[in-house]
Design a protein around this ligand. Structure first.
Ligand code: S3P
Length: 441
């Protein structure tokens, strides 16, 4: 099992570029596969999660060319052109792949089975299966968890569904099934979640209306292939936004710039949270990458202060909490996170696993059912160093690497191979920014 050894770093500065957006990359493959014509994708994220989706779509009969670095060409087979396979589709570590594929496969004429790695096999799938069954899908889970077995040939009917939890994956699963339904499908969200599926469906020519927390999709006759540009993943940039904020002030006063990052407002809750904590962030060069807004983000060290994170920002920053907890440990006073119980069903229980790691390095924190209370220390070193276990969770491994900026001694981070699920090349990019880490074992 591989681990990181991270030496205390003296600061981050310069410019980095993070790889393509994971959520968007998955969706380009799924929608490109059922479109008519060739969908050209640039900026694609060749991470383990997205490659699992690629293998699954290929197994279902789609030709997908990797035309060059980050370039993918999907030869769409049309809405009814996928064909079944007699082996289970292995979606690795990816909850997004499994939930969205459950929606997509509900409307097909063939049976499917979805499995994944030991983390994914423990994650809740009824949240997607439940509403899909209301549409007429025939889906079985095992005690609510994978394997997910989908029987083909079901006639789906559009529904009006109010999501019980704010989840873009469940919303997207229902919308993907809605492509195959009789009548319109409407999803009502309790809080705003990432809207990449909606933006992309519009790009493929679908008739979709989003307004005041409701998304309504009319089933299309076809999806028309298009060109898609995937921006840098805001969630990968989060580690550098926190690194730049907690960094000891570099001698030359320069900040750290993260270039070409997606700043879709349904993803950038962390910018608002860090701003409330007193971070020095500058959004530069605002532009668009097709349907998605992009910018460079410059961050300078700042004296952060603890806050009660507003709950409405939680779904808009749901993947950023491992990094945010590290920032909170370096802030003056207490930071309180509530309304974030969803963190318990991510790639690991991110409340417990982060609290265990923070405590192992001398940070005082209290685990809450739906969040955490962290006592921060704004000056000098904050983390004692030592060994922390990421439990195979990519974002936890990367968050603790950032903690090295304020560590008194080296940090050993266990079980880091899964960083490749979202951020291949993290070690090189992190070293380029000034962190001092090496992967071993
Ligand atoms: C994602 C939605 C979120 C997020 C995940 C990616 C997506 O999950 O945590 O990393 O691509 O739709 P939930 O829908 O479970 O909140």
């Amino acid at each position: 099992m591989s681990h990181y050894v991270v030496q205390p770093a003296t600061g981050v500065a310069g410019a980095v570029r993070v790889p393509g957006d994971k959520s968007i990359s998955h969706r380009t493959l799924m929608l490109g596969s059922i479109a008519e014509g060739i969908t050209e994708v640039s900026g694609f994220l060749e991470s383990e999660d997205c490659l699992a989706t690629m293998r699954a779509m290929r197994a279902l009969g789609v030709t997908i060319e990797q035309a060059g670095p980050h370039q993918v060409r999907v030869h769409g087979v049309g809405m009814h052109g996928l064909h079944g396979t007699n082996h289970a589709l292995d979606l690795g570590n990816s909850g997004t792949a499994m939930r969205l594929m459950t929606g997509l496969l509900s409307g097909q004429g063939f049976d499917s089975e979805l499995v994944g790695d030991s983390s994914l096999m423990k994650r809740p799938m009824e949240r997607a299966a439940g509403p899909l069954r209301l549409m007429g899908a025939k889906i079985e889970t095992q005690g609510g968890k994978p394997p997910v077995r989908i029987s083909g040939g079901a006639q789906l009917t559009g529904i009006r569904f109010e999501l019980p939890v704010a989840s873009a994956q469940v919303k997207s699963a229902v919308l993907l099934a809605g492509l195959y339904a009789r009548g319109a499908t409407t999803v009502i969200e309790p809080a705003v979640t990432r809207d990449h599926t909606e933006r992309m469906l519009l790009g493929f020519g679908c008739s979709l209306h989003a307004n005041a927390g409701e998304v309504r999709l009319e089933p299309p006759a076809r999806l028309q292939a298009c060109s898609l540009e995937v921006p840098g993943d805001f969630s990968s940039s989060a580690f550098f936004l926190v690194a730049g904020s907690i960094s000891p002030v570099p001698a030359h006063g320069a900040g750290l710039t993260i270039k070409g990052v997606g700043i879709n407002p349904t993803r950038t809750g962390l910018l608002d949270i860090l701003a409330l904590m007193g971070a020095d962030l500058r959004i530069l060069g605002h532009r668009s990458a097709g349907a998605e807004p992009v910018a460079d983000i410059e961050v300078h060290p700042a004296r952060l202060k603890g806050i009660h994170v507003p709950e409405h920002l939680v779904p808009l920053s749901i993947d950023e909490f491992p990094a945010l907890f590290v920032a909170a440990a370096c802030a003056e006073g207490e930071t309180l996170v509530t309304g974030a119980e969803e963190l318990r069903v991510k790639e690991s229980d991110r409340i417990q696993v982060m609290a265990d790691g923070l405590r192992a390095m001398g940070v005082t924190c209290e685990v809450l059912p739906d969040g955490m209370r962290i006592q921060g220390r704004p000056d000098g070193t904050v983390f004692s160093g030592g060994t922390v276990d990421s439990h195979g969770d990519h974002r936890i491994a990367m968050a603790f690497a950032v903690a090295s900026l304020r560590a008194a001694a080296p940090i050993k981070i266990l079980d880091v191979a899964n960083v490749a699920t979202s951020f291949p090349g993290f070690v090189a990019v992190a070293r380029g920014s000034g962190l001092s880490l090496a992967e071993q074992g």
